[in-house]
Write a protein that binds this ligand. Sequence first.
Ligand SMILES: C=C1C[C@]23C[C@H]1CC[C@H]2[C@@]12CCC[C@@](C)(C(=O)O1)[C@H]2[C@@H]3C(=O)O
Ligand SMILES: O=C(O)CCC(=O)C(=O)O
Length: 349
Amino acid sequence: MVVLAKPPAALEQISLVRSPSVGDNFTGVPVVDLAAPGAARDVIRACERFGFLKVVSHGVGEGVVGRLEAEAVRFFASPQAVKDAHGPASPFGYGNKRIGRNGDMGWLEYLLLAIDGESLSRASPAPSSSLRDAANEYVGAMRRMARTVLEMVAEGLGVTPRGALADMVVADAASDQLLRLNHYPPCPLLQNLMPNCSPTGFGEHTDPQLISILHSNSTSGLQVALHHDDAAGDHQWVTVPPDPTSFLVIVGDSLQVMTNGRLRSVRHRVVANKLKSRVSMIYFGGPPLEQRIAPLRQLLAGGGDGEEQSRYEEFTWGEYKKAAYLSRLGDNRLAPFHRQPPPVAKRHA
Ligand SMILES: C=C1C[C@]23C[C@H]1CC[C@H]2[C@@]12CCC[C@@](C)(C(=O)O1)[C@H]2[C@@H]3C(=O)O
Ligand SMILES: O=C(O)CCC(=O)C(=O)O
């Protein structure tokens, strides 16, 4: 008799992917010591080549991370009815398996919290005052790190003032920032049913903002697409080994446009672990809604050959965000804004 393995009902709408093996661990993750001389150059190199980097010597105390993670774990361990009372995430609040508004599903639950200036927005439904306090302290640390890294990006690209990018995210009271706490529960059912498959935790996507800063516990699951396509033109997906002592900085679509494509946003996804819970916390740094998203003028001033053209049609962050919320998670949201390259001028002999 042939027994066909069928995924359990809870997993019906979630795509299954091949389980990563330890051998898939990427050993080339770029690491930048934020306190070292030359860090700005290293940040640029990593962002150009990979669209993400791991930061160490970041100055964020263990307690700041530990307090928020403990609050997240406590909230996700509460009865389902308590969690549901804080949802659905539309867009803020508690979400379970549904991501965005257009049918994307993942093996996770999350809390999406809006930030107003320096702390959680009063309108954002933090489930408890202790979680709110821990989140506010964490947001302060993320905003400092976002400033440091974005100043290094400006410095590394030779853009002045150093705050040209950082100020959009952390100096403007109207900037559009978010904090997301993710919990990917284990999925032991699949362990016996389909030993080689794991549920998709968070489907592949790029982040629309300028910068995202990610922390996770020690459960693996994050994968990134390397920028160099393989021979068939497909992305090569690699597993980023978890490291709770560090943070991952991820280049978003808006930073790609502002650097005229010199830095490129990176597709990433999460494969849920079958045996262990993964908990991640991400800060997303976006500019005010009316901010024009276009290459920084100094980057278009041109080298020897004169003016460099923008590779993108112009848009505001508000327009891009609106379009993003109408898209599917895995869509290439920048594609409609790519300009055709100008025809190559014929050289006269
Ligand atoms: C299908 C989705 C889900 C979106 C919006 C839309 C496309 C991109 C997704 C993200 C990805 C980055 C964080 C987030 C908060 C964001 O700004 O864009 C996500 C948002 C959500 O999870 O709600
Ligand atoms: O949990 C992770 O490691 C990544 C999650 C993610 O990409 C997101 O929340 O946008």
